[in-house]
Design a protein around this ligand. Sequence first.
Ligand code: PHE
Length: 411
Amino acid sequence: MNQQRRKSSLLGALLVSAALFGGGCKDKEESKPNGTGKSGETTTTASRGNVVTGDTIKIGEYGSLTGDNSTFGISTDRGIKLAIEEANAAGGINGKKLELVAEDDNSKSEQAKTVVQKLVSSEKVIAVIGEVASSRSMMAAPVCQEAKVPMVSPSSTNPKVTAIGDYIFRVCFTDDFQAVVAAQFAWDQGFKNVAVFTDVKSDYSKAFGELFANKLKALGGKIAAEPTYQSGDVDFKAQLATIKGATPDAILVPGYYTEVGTIARQAREIGVTVPLLGGDGWESDQLIPGAGTALEGCFFTNHYFAHDLPDPNIKSFVAAFQKAYPGKQPGALDALGYDAAKVIIEALKRSKSLDSVALRDAIADTKGFAGVSGKITLDEKRNARKEALVFEIKGKEFKPKKSYKPEQVGL
Ligand code: PHE
């Protein structure tokens, strides 16, 4: 009897904690809302995922607000906040206000998974925005897929990210395109023999390097050398000496700004004078401070956004951004964060009901949305087909040099 009672109270405690952590309702078809329809109330059901039952709609965000790549998370967060604030100022969705629940993953993959678990299970958000880095998006995406909560990455470009499942979207192009553009650009510049220096700890870097090499070889070019490094390394001289010995016309470094600056400085120190080429991972206001003048005249592919492009949409975004963040200039990540949030907001307006399953379908229907980073139509693989821009580094500025449409590189 005594034991019996202890057992049942243990069971009770387990049930309470399961409910608190949001896992308890999942396998029941319908469950009661966990409140009386107050601000931020939501529930979870098996067929509808996370359901809004109160008067606010929670949207989750996870990103590198601190840690190694903090400029990625901070910039993206600014764009997301701006979109949410604009939507609320315009009255919200059907009279309900949007509430952003932002979580910091400290630039760590494991942490990305943990905070996304919290967003979908405890916060019961209706959608999740994130991450920038492909490796972190790939860690957290299965959590969203499992919980039937749509995840929209603003800027993860590794092709595998959205292949994780039908709840995973992105508002940017993939590296099947970006790396091909980089190779075509290299070829167009007369860089026919290129060294490829990748970060083996990054899913983004590895795929970018491989896709670039395939395209350059298909065009008739050669890969001079393929040494590797690991994010966090600080001494690249041995690999740079190998590269120097292979006398390439240029060096592709498809890494993040955190290492690219040091790589560029050390290359110049050992007398490597050829241009460095890169991708969107170079996008950071910390790139030039890290590199000094070592990246002068170098090139990188990026998303279709520059604050001085003559597009009226971009002009009004830049004005709104500068009002919200005086003294700051938006970059591609701010623009993509803004666009990711806007795609969700527009989908909420079209969604048949305010639950994460219906919202998934509405997001999948996104067609011709005029984003500030280009027009966004989500294809059957949940990716956006957009233009890319190649930037040249001149002094402290990134200058748009050439744009490529998918058709121009045979896609
Ligand atoms: N595309 C990079 C990745 O997939 C992330 C990134 C996007 C970084 C845009 C900077 C700017 O990992």
